[in-house]
Design a protein. Structure first.
Length: 70
């Protein structure tokens, strides 16, 4: 018999990838958002800096720009 429950939940993460499905995140902070995008985060910040430097599109799981528009 295989048991799945609170005592087994730690074992499931060992075999899985870190991160999360971003649309399931709430207000968990920028560090959690960065962890969810993993290796793509830095590239996405570059895109955000170029196309949305004023952070107009900032709802939900926002990637914050590191520059501001003029």
């Amino acid at each position: 018999m295989v048991l799945f429950g609170p005592s087994d939940s730690g074992g499931l993460c060992k075999n899985g990838e870190p991160g999360a499905y971003v649309n399931f995140l709430m207000n968990e902070g920028q560090d959690r958002i960065k962890a969810s995008y993993r290796g793509n985060y830095d590239r996405l910040v570059q895109v955000k800096n170029r196309y949305d430097p004023d952070n107009t599109f900032r709802v939900n799981q926002n990637i914050r720009p590191t520059t501001r528009g003029l």
